[in-house]
Each structure stands twice: as C-alpha cells, then as structure tokens.
Design a protein around this ligand. Sequence first.
Ligand code: PLP
Length: 439
Amino acid sequence: MTDEASHLFYQTRNPRPFLERGEGIYLFDESGKRYIDGSSGAMVSNIGHSNPRVLAKMKAQMDKATFGYRLHFRTHPSEDLAAKTAAMTPEGLDRVFFVSGGSEAVESAVKLARQYALTQGQGSRYKVISRFPSYHGCTFGALDLTGYDPLREPFAPMMEGMPKVAAPATYLDRDNLSEDERGLKYAELLRDRIIEAGPDTVLAFVMEPVGGASTGALVAPDSYYGRVREICDEFGVLLIYDEVMTGAGRTGKFLAAEHWGITPDIVAMSKGFGAGYAPLGAIVAPARIVEPVLDAGGFLHGFTYAGNPLACSAGLAVLEELEEQGLIENAARMGDVLMDELRGLMERYPFIGDVRGKGLLTAFEFVADRSTMEPLAPKLNAYDRLVELAYERGLIIYSRRTRGGTAGDHFLIAPPLIITREQIGEMMAILHDALDAFA
Ligand code: PLP
C-alpha cells in the first residue's frame, strides 16, 4: 500500500517500511532487511522482541480470558503483577494502580496526589511544578507539565500553565561551581519557585530522574536528588518521579530513584513495564497516601482497559524475565561499556559536544562549538539526517531537539537490556559509519 493510499495517520504520514517480525535486539521489515533496535523503539522494548517465554505466558492467559472488567472480577495476573511490582520497588511503595500508558500514568499520579491532599484538608494545593525541559506526555494534563515548547504552544491557551523550574543542564553551565554545588543551585530554584507560587498552593513536584526525549538522558548532579527530596518535605509538596522511561530496569536499577536512595511519594511507570508486549503502565505509592483516599470514598479515576488480565500477564512475564535473566544488572554492565564507546565518539567527531546517561539510557548531543556549546545550526537538520543515515544502514536511534525543543539535537541510544558486548560493537560500527557519512 502506498503512503497516499493509507487511511492511517500519526504525527505525519508514515514513510517507513512495514514491520515483519522481531527477534531479540533485531527487527526485520517485509523485504527482509534487518535493523538493530538501538532505541528499543521509544525506550520500550527492554527485554527485546518476541521473547518466547513471555509469549507463552501471554498465550496461556489468552486461552483463559483476555478481559474481565475490574469492577466485575479480580484477576490473578493483575494481583500478581501488583505484588511483584511492589516487591521490586523500594520499601514503602506497595500500592499499585494500573494504566495503559505513560501519559495516563502521569495524570493518575497527579490525581492521586490531589485526592490525597483533599483527605488531609489541603484543598488549596493544586499547582504541580515540573521542569523545563521535560516530557511527561501528550494528553492535556501531562502536556501541561511538559516543558517542550513546540508540543505545548498550539494548546497553551487550553491549559492552566503549570509552573516550571529549570532542569539541571549542567553540561551547558559555564560557572566555577563544583558538580555538587551546581546540583544544590538547581534544587534551590525549586525552593524559590515553591515560595513564589505560594507553598500552600503547591501540590506536587514532578520530575524525570534521568531525562528522556526532551533532554536526552540528562542526569543531574548527585546532590540535586537528595536536596529536592528535602525541599519537598519542607513544604509538604509531594514528590512524583516520572519513571515512564527510566523504570523497569532501563538505568541499571529497577527504578532510577534507587541510584540516589530516594523514595518518591508516587512513581509513574510505563514503557519498559509492558516492554512492548502490551500497552501497560502503573503508578506506585505508599499505603499512607492510598489508604486515606480509599477510606474517603475511593480514587475517582480509572481507565476501561486498566489492569486487564492479558496486559498484566505480559507485565508479570516481563518482570520475571528481568529478574530471572539478570537484565537489570546487565543494563548496568552494558551501560558502562556503551558509555565508554560513546565517549570515544567525542574524540573522533568534533561536532559531538556531550555524552551522557545512566545504564542503558544514553545520549550524545551535537554542537557547533564545544567551547560555547552552541547548537549545530538547525538548518543542517542534523536530527533527521543522522537518524536516516543510521536507519539506511540498519540501526534505529531516537532523536529530538534538545533544550526544550528550541535548539540542538540529541540522539538517544537505548538498546534492549538483553544486549551483549558483541552486539554493542555491532551497533557502534553502524553508528560510526552513519556519523562518517554525516560528517
Ligand atoms: N513520561 C515520560 C518520561 C515519557 O518519556 C513519556 C513518553 O515518551 C511519557 C511520559 C508519555 O508516555 P506515553 O507516550 O505512553 O503516553
């Protein structure tokens, strides 16, 4: 079917070939061409494609029941997945609510926070502070939290316009501060913003612990995380971690929060949680937040497909696979290997200005000048060009405009967590080839 004849549309018309099948870290199109899935799709396929054990467990569930509405039945897959999720997340995070995607997860987290505040007699709290740049989803509530101008602008008049605070883009800072001091400096910006907004009106602060699409695997200095937690506690502001991209092992821990010993008040997950086997997401929160809401009449929220047994059987099989195959540890190990390789790129290509990431969520950013970090001229359209050069050569990478969508290009390299050292070598060879063609 030609593109013109297609009835289907996404952001744009879709010029891509038809997908035939997947196997491990590879995808094959209908012509038989093989691609390394170097970005796990959109950082989704954490355990690789067509895992036979996951498929068998899903098939077994399919043979029993694919749907049972949650108000009519409990199901074992949903109960078991909730228990497994609670067991894999830091202590205290032991209540789980299922959704079907990341935007739903973020909005569910915010709505739970709001209902919790109401139970505490804090109805004045409704503002949710987020960061710029950031990405939290495309439905109105999640978009209002998103710090990415091109996506927000057309819809800005239709949203509240929630307060934003700068994300620590320390690679752009040209001051004499140590990393530690920089982390604290950025955390203080949150404190200032809470005071400015009126502490009694601030419900929550939401952040991606490692940035994703909007910032390209941006990691804050270590000092930032603990100080943000303290500031939220000081003002009774709930700390929501958007781990839609980082959760389920991507960064080398089940939750990225664990790298800094942080227990957020509410965590949103999706992407790697269903790992491409089912549209699935979850919020996880402690009983102290959930129980008062249930006692007060219940969470006024829920999606029809949420917690359906087929999606939950997939999620459960994915978490079992992460554990049994040691994939989270592999993400940490292979993340180090990949990071070394990416740092090597900076020696070879002067237009790569920064390499960053955590575990297998890594990125590099193009610049015109390393000393000023001025972005590579937008007119070069590097973003599309490098992605296309890699795609032609059989490597899928993920790119976005960085710095809030206004300037600069970053490229996310985030292969499935099953990747081996040899496969990283294979991926890097194609990437070098694409970068040579770009240069
Ligand atoms: N939050 C983060 C951090 C994300 O990376 C994304 C998707 O890229 C979302 C939320 C939205 O998820 P979804 O596209 O599944 O709605």
